[in-house]
Design a protein around this ligand. Structure first.
Ligand SMILES: [Zn+2]
Length: 134
């Protein structure tokens, strides 16, 4: 039977391992004060963060494109409008390609990545070689 998955660290053999997604989630905490609201995150949680999502990618693109469209509209400049529209189309296509290739594969790897609590090495469950220490 080759399909049995070994839930031990491939480097030291310890059974004390934690999934990256749990480390990430457990390291987040909401902060709410009188004048602020936010999230704090432990260092381990930052390291175990999921891959950059397509929606984050698209939001960052919009950060640059929307001002161009606004300037084009206010200044009645066809150059800003054209550049903004072309960049928007390019970003949408790039986001679609990223979501269906790199992000999908990275998310699958992240979902199978564990951290050994004894020797601090990260590894992908089912792979023999541990990842680089973090
Ligand atoms: Zn280990």
């Amino acid at each position: 039977m080759k399909n049995i998955i070994d839930f031990n660290c491939p480097k030291c053999g310890s059974e004390n391992i934690r999934k990256f997604s749990l480390i990430y989630r457990d390291g987040l905490s909401d902060l709410a004060g009188r004048n602020f609201h936010g999230t704090s995150q432990t260092v381990n949680s930052q390291i175990a963060s999921p891959p950059f999502s397509p929606s984050q990618f698209l939001r960052r693109c919009c950060f640059f494109i929307i001002p161009l469209l606004f300037l084009g509209h206010i200044g009645r400049s066809p150059i800003f409008l054209t550049v903004g529209i072309v960049l928007g189309v390019i970003c949408a296509i790039a986001c679609r390609i990223y979501a269906s290739t790199i992000y999908r594969d990275s998310l699958q790897i992240w979902n199978n990545t564990y951290l050994c609590q004894r020797c601090d090495s990260a590894f992908i469950l089912g792979h023999d070689a541990p990842q680089d220490d973090w």
